[in-house]
Design a protein around this ligand. Structure first.
Ligand SMILES: *Cc1c(COP(=O)(O)O)cnc(C)c1O
Length: 383
């Protein structure tokens, strides 16, 4: 469902989860549908449209409707049991022998899956610095490359890839463009409007926003044969999200606009202040004019530059690990996008082969008082 068919803004529609009211009880919150099976009509049809719980569910559809509206996705949205389940469904819709070009700086688990599992199924993957469109243009092989996969801003350097530029290059080579837009969220970027074919979210992160649901999502520009394969993969492989999780995700998304606005404001404030900090060598945040991707980010992001930033600690890796050990308000944990701020020594997670510098601390900005967030990390950095 698109907001263009509604008189209300996306913010209003999201706050009310599309404003659906349960027809039976008039409840303003839709019920959680838990049934795995549905009554067949006497004439043998399934007039409700629901048959079985693995392919489809009414609570899932409610949450998918919100995301499809936010991403302006003609084909609609699909919820999965995790971000990884959503992402891998896209790669599984390719054929053996198909060539993929993917961002070198990307979510580590997906990079690892591509390097280990995807290649075993005959997919050929090249990783390039997709923030450099010339490098991307050189890497695509017309006729052979079937998918370009980018993440922007990308973990954990917040590298920016020009989505419209990447779409043009992918399409000229006969490939699709898929964008992992987890850290941008539909509030800051809408990749489908910039020419992407598929947008992916780890809904575990800011879409849900409360660190209590693992979920993934895809939204499609066109309901073409490739999208139909992705739908079929979710259905046949049983990768759909559970109804309770879909309900929680929908509750989380109702506050997406206010959370992302507050988080992006605090992230920019922290990025600016830590840029001048004696114990910080470098701040990576696309909202800073000195960030290499700032100009592209300013073009393709709106309502701020997101909630993720990284700092490189002046005194190196050991000092970075010590800093993370000393914080109190920031929580020392992996993941991102929740209302609570998280700090992580990222190289420890990513392991060998990571492009992540060893002195880097990844910060996910929550909604706490920004003065408290600054003071806590400032004191931890000073020791
Ligand atoms: C977390 C994350 C994923 C994977 O999502 P899961 O829900 O953990 O499977 C993919 N991409 C990005 C950018 C992420 O942050």
């Amino acid at each position: 469902m698109s907001s263009s068919r509604s008189p209300w803004s996306k913010r209003s529609l999201t706050a009310q989860a599309m404003g659906h009211v349960d027809p039976l009880t008039k409840a303003v919150v839709p019920p959680i549908h838990v049934a795995t099976t549905y009554i067949r009509d006497e004439d043998n049809a399934y007039s409700s449209g629901f048959v079985y719980g693995r392919p489809d569910n009414a609570t899932i559809r409610e949450a998918e409707g919100v995301l499809a509206m936010l991403e302006e996705a003609e084909a609609g949205a699909l919820l999965f049991s995790s971000g990884m389940a959503a992402a891998t469904a896209v790669f599984q819709a390719l054929d053996p022998g198909d060539h993929i070009v993917a961002s070198k700086v990307m979510y580590w688990a997906l990079r690892s899956w591509l390097m280990t599992e995807a290649v075993r199924w005959g997919l050929k993957v090249d990783f390039v610095e997709t923030d450099n469109l010339d490098a991307l243009r050189e890497a695509v092989k017309p006729g052979q490359t079937k998918l370009v996969w980018i993440e922007t801003p990308s973990n954990p350097l917040w590298t920016i890839t020009d989505i419209a530029g990447a779409a043009e290059i992918a399409h000229a080579a006969g490939a699709r463009l898929a964008v992992d837009s987890t850290t941008a969220s539909p509030i800051h970027t809408r990749p489908l409007n910039l020419g992407a074919d598929i947008v992916m979210h780890a809904a575990t992160k800011v879409l849900n926003g409360h660190s209590d649901v693992v979920a993934g999502a895809l939204a499609g520009a066109k309901a073409d044969a490739f999208w139909a394969r992705v739908v079929n993969i979710r259905k046949m492989q049983g990768a759909i999200l559970g109804p309770f999780e879909a309900y929680l995700l929908m509750r989380g998304m109702r506050t997406l606009h206010v959370r992302t606005a507050a988080q992006a404001k605090s992230a920019l404030d922290l990025a600016q202040r830590f840029s001048a900090h004696p114990k910080v060598a470098r701040v990576l945040y696309p909202g800073l004019p000195q960030h290499p991707g700032h100009d592209v980010a300013a073009r393709q992001m709106e309502n701020g530059f997101g909630y993720m930033l990284s700092i490189q600690v002046s005194d190196g890796e050991a000092a970075a690990i010590r800093t993370a050990a000393r914080v109190g308000l920031w929580k020392r944990a992996t993941s991102l996008g929740g209302v609570e701020s998280l700090i992580e020594h990222r190289a420890s997670v990513e392991g060998p082969g990571t492009p992540c510098p060893p002195d880097l601390l990844r910060l996910s900005t929550g909604i706490e008082d920004v003065e408290d967030l600054y003071r806590d990390l400032d004191e931890a950095l000073r020791g």
